[in-house]
Structure formats: C-alpha cells, structure tokens
Design a protein around this ligand. Structure first.
Ligand code: GDG
Length: 483
C-alpha cells in the first residue's frame, strides 16, 4: 500500500457541530466540548472524515447542511441518524446513566437497565454500518469514547476488516468499581477487538489491564513504556496511554491579540481590578462545582481578610439539560451561589460571579487572560482541558493553577499546579489562600514548568503519538483530502 493512500476516519457519538434552526433550513456551527476542541484543528489542518450523530430533535435530511459545513470546515462529515428510542436507550441510558457515572466512580448514580445495553449494541452496529460504507480496508478508523466501545466488534461481525483504534476520553475505573457492571465481560471483550486501545493516563491503563486480565484469564500482558501488549486468543492488542492536550499555540496566540487584551482589560475593569479566579466547566456532577463553591465559603470564613479582595468567576456551560439529575445539579449550584453571595456580599463586591451560558472562544480566552488563578477541581476527570487552556493563555506567567489530584491533567502538571483533594473543602480553601499569597518568583517558576510541558505535549503530539502507536505513522502521512 502506498503510504499516502491512508485516510483517517474519526468516529464519535456526536458530530463536532451544533445545529440550530435558520428560517426553513438549518445553521451548522462547530460544537463545544473537549473532544471537538481537541480534534477540530487536527482535521482542519490535515483533512479527514468525521462520522457521528448530528444531534436529536429533527427528522430533516441534514446532508446538504453537513456538506456545506464540510466545505467550510475542511473535512467531511457523515451523519448517523438515531431514533428517539435509540437516543433514550443508547445515549441517555447506557452512556449517561451507566458508563459515565460508573467510570467517574459514582456507582450509586448508575441505573443498570438491561434494555439500555441492548440499545447500545444496536446503535454500535448502526455506526459500524456507516463506518463500513465510508471506508475501505486501507483506511484507519479512530473511534472515540465510551459511547462506541463495541464499534470494532460490530465491524467484525458485519464482515468488514478495518484497522481500528479506540481512545477513551474519560477515566477507566478501578477493578472494584468496574466489576459491578453487569456487562463487564462484554465490554472488555469488545474493547479487545480494537487493534489499539488508548487511555488518558497510566492509572487508567493500569485499571484496564487489571480488569482485562481478571476477566479474560488467558490474556498475558507484555512490554514496557507507554504502549504495552495484551496477548491471547491468537491476537495481540496494543494498550497505551496518551494524555490529550490542546492546540497550545492557537490559545496563546489568541490570548496575545489586541482584541483579547482589550476584552481582558474590560473584564478587569468590571471587577474593579480585583484578584480574579476563573472556573469554567460543563454542567456535570463530576466537575465538583458545589464542592468548589463550598471551598470559597470556607475561604471567606477562615480568612476574612480576603473578603472584597478576590472574586470567583464561575462559568457553567449548559449540558444534558433535559436530564432531571442535571437540572437538580443546576439548582443546587444556583442556590449555593446565592447563599454564599448573600452571606458575604457588600456594596460593590460579591464573592461569586456566576454565568450559566456558553461563552464564545474569544470571551473565554479573555477571562483566562484576566484571571490570576484558575480553580479546576473536578471530583474525577479524564484529563481536563480547561487547566491546560488557562496555562496557555496566562501571558503574564504569574497565574496559579489550583488543580484536583483526580483530574488526569494532574499527572502531567503536578510540578507546577497546587494539587488539591476537591472533597477537602478546607484544603482547597488553604490552597487558594496559599496561591493568593505566593511570591512572584514561585508563581513564575511553576507556570513556566506547566507551559513548557503543555507546549511540548500539545494536541499535535497527542495525535502523532496515538497514530504512531497505531501503525507507525504520523500526521504527515495523512495528506489533506479533497472535500
Ligand atoms: C471530556 C472529558 C477530557 C468550557 N466552557 C466554555 C468552553 N469550554 C470548553 C473548554 C474546553 C472544553 O469546553 C471542556 O473540556 P474538558 O476537558 O474540561 O471537559 P469535557 O467536556 O468533560 O471533556 C475530559 C476531554 O474530554 C478531552 O479528552 O479532558 O476529561 O470529560 O476545551 O475550552 N468553550 C467555549 N465557551 C465556554 O463557555 N467556547
């Protein structure tokens, strides 16, 4: 095979777009979220195809709108349409009510409904059919995340030989938790049908290897380093860890623009040039937002001299809004914000400035640039890109990152960040106090370490290292395609 004939197909639950009504038709825009933020620049620069569900709520044929977006975006989009029942069973059910909570260690939030699993298998088969229709045996199929763990198995069952890789964006839980899953055998065996299975961190990979060896006794691990092998049943599967990252240069260049400087200055002025702390998260119980707000309350009680000196700007991006659990979480956050503000606010100052909306990227970058500290305190997170984006946008070099030890990013940023246990609200309050008083030299040294690491191990490094592990090819082996 000629090396330039290799095409890359990215497959994920959602296409990287958001759809909105525009007169009689539809307007298609690039979506939000970690996966999209991570892969869109890669596909834009290098070309490729993306297969995914365009989103629920419409029966229209979206093909013309997807084609128009493909031309603008620089890569092809292919939609996989799901019925309302499939959305309920596969997406809301199996993905969001079972895998998401279980893999983030929230086993008590799981709803183990057998029909959800049947729907999950049906939808994975549907995806496999679309993948097969848009690829040949020469292509590389790169499947993303927990919604599609059965995609490679379905391709094989349907009789299509493809080279396949899988990357899990969320954590892989410890064995004690994973073994509670009624479909643990099925999931492990399905994952082992990919040629390469990738995780965010060493810890996730270790958890997976332990589960695989416990559940499939004939498997033997071999090798050392970031990519090892699992051997058995006449097959060898590569298993690696590849910490995802951001397009460092794009973020830092955007932060450097005159527009960002002006917008950051406006933010500063609006807060009367006080010490700003930024928190930006999708609405999700894994992000630890209520615990963070409690830490702010503790801070202001324990260190009253910090009142009127600092404010937390907490941005919460709407997510899974139709799910009752998320509505309850939103209400809890909002009542805490008003309670804490009610407790401490004085004319001209309130401790928490809460925004429930999607900021555009320029606005987010301006907030990053204007903030002297970032509070990134998830209870569990695969990686957490906000932590890396904040560092990339910290042009002054004296920002402080307070980071949960349970975010995947902690493994890489532990030498620069102040690591905290997000459940320990007093410990988080102490870390904020420490960060506030940290001397300039230490701030600079810490931030420099983090920026150096993120710049070096950026999103292009991530794609390179995954594809290199997959079949010894790198980004330049995927030439831009005609769209
Ligand atoms: C999953 C895993 C893993 C946030 N607010 C706004 C906004 N954002 C963007 C950020 C960032 C992204 O959303 C969030 O990424 P995270 O990594 O924090 O989290 P998840 O969405 O849960 O992503 C996670 C990731 O996949 C990648 O593998 O790191 O652990 O859970 O990029 O910039 N973007 C805009 N406006 C906002 O208000 N435009």
């Amino acid at each position: 095979m000629h090396r330039n004939s290799v095409r890359l197909l990215v497959v994920s639950n959602r296409l990287p777009i958001s759809l909105s009504r525009c007169g009689e038709g539809w307007s298609v825009e690039q979506g939000k979220g970690g996966l999209v933020t991570a892969l869109a620049p890669v596909l834009r620069n290098r070309g490729g195809d993306w297969i995914g569900w365009p989103g629920s709520g419409c029966d229209d044929d979206l093909t013309p709108y997807l084609s128009a977006f493909s031309k603008k975006a620089g890569y092809n989009l292919h939609g996989v349409n799901l019925t309302e029942d499939e959305v309920q069973g596969f997406y809301q059910g199996f993905s969001n009510e079972i895998i998401w909570p279980l893999f983030h260690d929230f086993q008590s939030r799981c709803n183990f409904v057998p029909d959800y699993f049947r729907s999950y298998l049906d939808v994975n088969r549907k995806f496999a059919e679309v993948i097969a229709a848009h690829s040949t045996g020469d292509d590389y199929v790169w499947v993303h995340d927990y919604h599609l763990m059965h995609a490679a198995q379905m391709l094989r069952i349907l009789g299509h030989a493809r080279r396949t890789g899988f990357f899990l964006h969320i954590p892989f839980p410890p064995q004690d938790i994973f073994l509670k899953l009624p479909w643990r055998q099925e999931i492990i065996r399905a994952l082992l049908e990919f040629d390469l299975v990738g995780f965010q961190t060493f810890r996730d990979r270790r958890n997976f290897l332990q589960c695989a060896v416990t559940l499939c006794r004939d498997l033997k691990p071999s090798g050392r380093g970031p990519v090892v092998h699992l051997n058995g049943q006449g097959r060898q599967v590569k298993v690696g860890y590849f910490p995802i990252s951001i397009d460092y240069r794009e973020f830092s260049n955007q932060a450097r623009t005159r527009a960002a400087a002006e917008q950051a200055d406006q933010v500063h002025a609006a807060f009367r040039r006080r010490f700003l702390i930024i928190g930006a998260d999708r609405l999700d119980y894994s992000k630890g937002i209520p615990e963070r707000l409690e830490a702010m309350r503790t801070l202001l009680l324990k260190y009253p001299e910090l009142r009127e000196k600092l404010s937390l700007v907490q941005i919460v991006v709407p997510s899974r809004e139709t799910v009752q659990e998320y509505q309850t979480m939103k209400q809890r956050i909002e009542s805490l914000v008003s309670e804490i503000n009610g407790q401490f606010a004085v004319p001209g100052w309130s401790p928490i400035h809460y925004q429930y909306r999607n900021l555009d990227r320029a606005e987010l970058v301006a907030y990053y640039r204007a903030s002297r500290m970032a509070l990134v305190t998830p209870l569990r997170d695969g990686m957490n890109l906000v932590a890396k984006e904040y560092c990339a946008c910290n042009l002054s070099g004296d920002g402080v990152l307070v980071l949960s030890e349970f975010a995947g990013a902690a493994a890489q940023l532990q030498r620069g960040a102040l690591l905290v246990n997000p459940y320990d609200t007093e410990g988080v309050a102490d870390a904020i106090f420490e960060a506030y008083h940290m001397v300039l030299d230490e701030k600079r040294a810490r931030m420099h370490k983090m920026q150096t690491a993120i710049r070096k191990y950026d999103i292009y490094w991530w794609v390179d290292s995954f594809l290199k592990a997959a079949f010894d090819r790198q980004l330049d082996d995927f030439p831009p395609q005609e769209v």
